[in-house]
Design a binder for this molecule. Structure first.
Ligand code: GAR
Length: 200
């Protein structure tokens, strides 16, 4: 069984997609051990509680500096036997010592086809605003491994989504979530869980 920690900052619809995939049996060999938010009022924490999943708020500002925060988070997740860290709308840039501690075992979902509309400042609705501003006809989502850069790690999976006439950032965000994010995030976790169960 691959134990995962899901790190969140907001609504948690991607967390919900993972929970639903496990409940429906389409994602196997995985258990959500812990949900961690950097924001106390993130609705994702409520979703975790409703599903009986351990959840907590760990704020960077409660630690002396980024390195102390990274060390605390890494130690905490290692104590829980976490084998994969899933960033699902987690809007804190992880400290380097955390990335080192979980090298090759952190993945992120990003709401565009990387390298388009990715990197510093591209998160949440801003990504879709930029895509509409540029006038792209196709966008999508990407699951990638996290390295020390911003959205620069190796790509695991991508799914394209059409931009439609009359799209607003909100409408496009919803379509990208429904057609791409909620589909490929559980699939990418399944791929990694399969490798894990093969002892790789
Ligand atoms: C999702 O669209 C996710 O791809 C994005 O934030 C949203 C979180 O929604 N993440 C980023 O932009 C990371 N750069 P959720 O809380 O409902 O899953």
């Amino acid at each position: 069984m691959l134990k995962i920690a899901v790190l969140v900052s907001g609504g948690g619809t991607n967390l919900q997609a993972i929970i639903d995939a496990i409940d429906s049996g389409s994602l196997t060999g995985v258990s959500i051990e812990l949900v961690v938010s950097n924001r106390e009022n993130a609705y994702a924490l409520t979703r975790a509680k409703e599903h009986g999943i351990d959840s907590e708020c760990i704020k960077p500002s409660d630690h002396a500096d980024r390195s102390a925060y990274g060390q605390y988070l890494a130690d905490h997740l290692k104590e829980r036997g976490i084998g994969l860290v899933v960033l699902a709308g987690f809007l804190v840039v992880l400290p380097e010592n955390f990335v080192d501690a979980f090298e090759g075992r952190i993945i992120n979902i990003h709401p565009s086809l990387i390298p388009s509309f990715s990197g510093d400042g591209f998160y949440g609705l801003k990504v879709h605003e930029a895509a509409l501003e540029r006038g792209v006809k196709v966008t999508g989502a990407t699951v990638h491994f996290v390295d020390k850069g911003c959205d620069t790690g190796p790509i695991i999976m991508q799914k394209a989504v059409y931009v439609e006439p009359g799209d607003t950032p909100e409408i496009l965000q919803k379509r990208v979530m429904e057609q791409a994010e909620w589909v490929i995030l559980p699939q990418a976790i399944q791929m990694i869980a399969n490798r894990h169960s093969d002892g790789q």
